[in-house]
Design a protein around this ligand. Structure first.
Ligand SMILES: Nc1ncnc2c1ncn2[C@@H]1O[C@H](COP(=O)(O)OP(=O)(O)OP(=O)(O)O)[C@@H](O)[C@H]1O
Ligand SMILES: [Mg+2]
Length: 294
């Protein structure tokens, strides 16, 4: 502990306003369909940025491009100034963690074990050490468990540590996904519909959790359909419609934009209509066959 009255210096990459994520010209094509069309997006340190848009707009596909699940057809993704290799484990190692629209937990593992899995990118103990279970391994394991329990307490799940993940109510499963993502010590957290299926009370609690994560120095990019959640939380919000970012700004800017209103009311969007017709992109896809990569 320091007794100095000089304010602690933030690391250079944590200064407010420093770009954490810079996506430039990201395009993702599936055959004839352009799901993400030339999207630029920056998230700065200390920010909570929202990503909204109608069903099938390309939001999850964009996340998949950021996290290496998809190799974008074109464009680059930089994290703290370095271009990311399009491999999920390398992206996690670099410092980006995510949750999934369709919850991906190890259903038959305990809550604590799920978080421990999320820590493996940050533990140095190798295979031999694990097999031999030497003092180094035992120390690392004890530290990991302690850290995992801290994260569970932070997310309000420590009392469920020994429960099987599949026995948690839906809202708590979403929180567990967040705890597991935090276990990799990210600098940026991507949340894909974190409140889907939650009741209003759980949603308000999730807002508090997201603010608390931001206060730990983790930048956040969040996809949500719940506009109240988005506008309560986000410093900035970008709107995707048919793969294109049509507007980005604060609550006022987004809410008053004619194109956003038109997109949500379902009327065709000028320009994008032609692109959609050319590629046969569904305007509001809820096609369950695409859920595998979400
Ligand atoms: N792996 C894939 N192969 C082919 N098409 C895909 C694939 N993944 C997504 N798509 C298509 O890309 C478009 C964008 O889908 P995406 O899931 O990114 O939308 P979204 O904005 O996340 O929608 P929602 O709000 O419903 O989650 C859709 O037309 C979808 O069918
Ligand atoms: Mg989605």
């Amino acid at each position: 502990m320091t007794t100095s009255t000089v304010p602690a210096q933030r690391p250079a990459d944590q200064a407010p306003g420093t770009p954490i994520l810079e996506a430039t010209g990201v395009i993702m094509r599936f055959g004839g369909l352009t799901a993400v069309n030339n999207v630029d997006l920056t998230v700065n340190s200390g920010e909570i940025v929202g990503l909204i848009g109608p069903n099938g707009a390309g939001k999850t596909t964009f996340f998949n491009c950021l996290t290496g699940l998809y190799v974008p057809t074109e464009g680059t993704v930089r994290y703290k100034g370095t271009v990311l290799p399009p491999k999920p484990h390398l992206v996690t190692q670099a410092g980006i963690a995510r949750t999934f629209q369709n919850i991906r937990l190890f259903a038959n593992m305990t809550v604590l074990e799920n978080v421990l899995v999320g820590r493996h990118t940050r533990t140095k103990e190798g295979l031999f050490s694990a097999i031999l279970r030497g003092p180094g391994y035992r120390r690392a394991e004890a530290e990991s468990r302690e850290r995992a329990m801290e994260l569970l307490a932070f997310c309000g799940l420590d009392h469920k540590a020994e429960h099987l993940a599949r026995n948690l109510p839906y809202g708590e499963q979403r929180k567990l996904e967040i705890a597991r993502a935090l276990a990799s010590d990210p600098g940026l957290l991507l949340l894909d519909e974190p409140t889907a299926g939650m009741n209003p009370q759980e949603t308000r609690a999730a807002e508090e959790l997201v603010f608390a994560i931001r206060d730990k120095g983790i930048a956040i990019l969040v996809i949500e359909h719940d506009m109240r959640f988005i506008f309560n939380l986000c410093d900035r919000t970008a709107v995707l419609v048919q793969g294109q970012k049509i507007v980005e700004g604060d609550r006022e800017t987004v809410q008053n934009d004619e194109r956003v209103i038109t997109a949500y009311l379902g009327a065709p969007l000028e320009g994008a209509t032609e692109a959609a017709a050319a590629t046969e992109a569904p305007a509001a896809s809820t096609d369950p066959s695409t859920e595998d990569d979400q």
